[in-house]
Each structure stands twice: as structure tokens, then as C-alpha cells.
Write a protein that binds this ligand. Sequence first.
Ligand code: TXA
Ligand code: MG
Length: 313
Amino acid sequence: MDRAADIASSPELEGAAAALRAGGLVILPTETVYGLAADAGDARAVAAVYAAKGRPAFNPLIAHVSDVAMARRIARFDDRAERLAAAFWPGPLTLVLPIADAAAVCDLARAGLDTVAVRAPAHPLAHALLGAFSGPLVAPSANRSGRPSPTTFADAVEETGAAAAVALDGGPCQIGLESAVVALLDEARLLRPGSVTRAQIEALIGPLSEAEADAKRSPGRLARHYAPNLPLRLNVTEPRADEVWLGFGAIGLPEPLNLSPDGDLAEAAANLFAYLRAADRSTAAGIAVAPIPDEGLGEAINDRLRRAAGFVG
Ligand code: TXA
Ligand code: MG
């Protein structure tokens, strides 16, 4: 990450912080996916984020922070939150907690809820920008609403670059799937599976509630999401002649669109959205995806695939 280290002390970063202070939007690399960032306390900037994504205003945004200290200023941490943040921050885990400072993360960013989602990203550029800005930044994935999240700089710029004052290039995203989202309101609930797995979370705070969270508590769980334009079929071992086949391990062709020829789930997660986009750009009639095992990180991959295909979790 030499380039990221360079930028962390560069005029480009100061330019991005200045753009945010002026109410502008910034394309921001994180270790999960690219985000479209704005000052969390600036309702006009936040409105521009919703507009750029075509996102319904009932779906709240994540407030990104540089560390636990900044998070504690905006959200009320309980013991479970302290434990999870100590174990996984900075990193791909988002905590939904009661709001502590409603002005720091404006009503629109929270979709009017009395809760706030907080995450400290691990990418050096995201961390450096949060340090330079020295306040929380909302940053939804930089895709247009409903589309696959961008995992490369080029994909991010193609999706929402037109709305951004500055676009920061941090290279391809290492993880490739959005953060796991855990609500710690009454019972602990996994609202969105991610690369921090259910088992890792339960090891620290005990069993997660299996009860389906009500729609008000997890507004982002739209049935069709992360979706390419072509129709998508899952668990396919025999694709049709007119389909692009995304393989996994021994099921599928070894080249060029096998998510992981070695059957490595982390590699498959990192490739998933870029390969869906590549398949979408082909002349095929549809996309077929090989079966992905459902354990560990596979839970998050299958969650995204079911939503991309239009099925609810
Ligand atoms: O990895 C990530 O989390 C990326 C990078 C850029 O940090 N960001 C991201 O943001 O995926 P977004 O806006 O695409 O997804 C945020 C998810 C949505 O499902 C939203 O509904 C949920 O978090 N969320 C945000 N605030 C919430 C709240 N107060 N209560 C429940 N869910 C919330
Ligand atoms: Mg998103």
C-alpha cells in the first residue's frame, strides 16, 4: 500500500478534506468496497449523497469514524459494543447503537431513526481522510442504489463519480463485500452478514437473535439489491449455452471467471462484484453462478447472491 501511504500525507488528501468541509462529496476507498463520502452533520451534503445514488431516504447511512473515541462521541456504547470494537476495529464491522449526538449525524443520514450505524474503516486512505476531516463521514457504497457495490476505482467513478468533487484511488478493495452490520439495541442481531463471521461475533457477545429484525430496524434489506442488469441464476452446475458461468473451485471453468479456482471463500468475496460487473458487460443472455458453500464468509457471499438474484434472505 505504498501509494496509499503516499496519499495519506499528500495535498490530494487535504483537497478531499476541504471538499468535504465545503459540502462536497468524495469517492473514498475502504477495505470492503468504495464509498461515496460526505460530512455526516451536513444535511445538504447528505441529501446530495442520496440523490447521487438514487437511494430511498428511508434507508440510513453508516457514520464512519477514525477510532472508538470518535464513535463514542456519537453513539452510546454498551459492553457488547466495546468488546466488538476492541476486537474488530479498524475493520469491516458496523455497529448499530443508540444515537448520542444527533447533530453530528444529521436526521437525514439516520433516516430519522434514534439509532446510528458506526464503523471505523481499516483502509489507510479512509483512515487518513477521517483524521484530516476530524469528524464522522457518512459513506454508503458508491454504487447507484440496487446495483453491485464498486470494488475498484474505475467502477466507483463509473457509478457515482459525476457527483463527486474528489475521487481518491486506493486500488482494488481487499475484502470486496460490505461490512457486517450488527444491531446492539435490545437483542443483538446480524442485520447484514460480512467477512467478520456470525461465529466470530457470537464468540465475543453470545448468541445472536434469530428473530427477523423488523423493517424499521433494518431498513436496508431490500429484496433486490447488488443486482446486475442480466438475470442471475444460483447454484448452477450446468449452465445454459447462452449464460456466462461464474465458477467456484472445481465447479466451473478454471478461466476467466472462476471466483476462486482453489475454492477460497475470501478470494471469491474479493472477486464477486467485479466479476458480476464483467459478466454484465458481456453479450450473454444471463449469468449463472456455481454453488458456494454456506459456512463462514460463504454466508455473506450467498446473502449478496440471493439479493442480486432478487430473492429475500
Ligand atoms: O462496508 C461498508 O459498510 C460500506 C463501506 C463504504 O464502508 N458501506 C456500506 O454502506 O455498505 P451502505 O449504505 O451501502 O449500507 C449500509 C447498511 C444498509 O443496509 C443500511 O440500511 C444499514 O447499513 N443501516 C445504516 N444505519 C442503520 C440503522 N440506524 N439501523 C439499521 N440499519 C442501518
Ligand atoms: Mg450499499
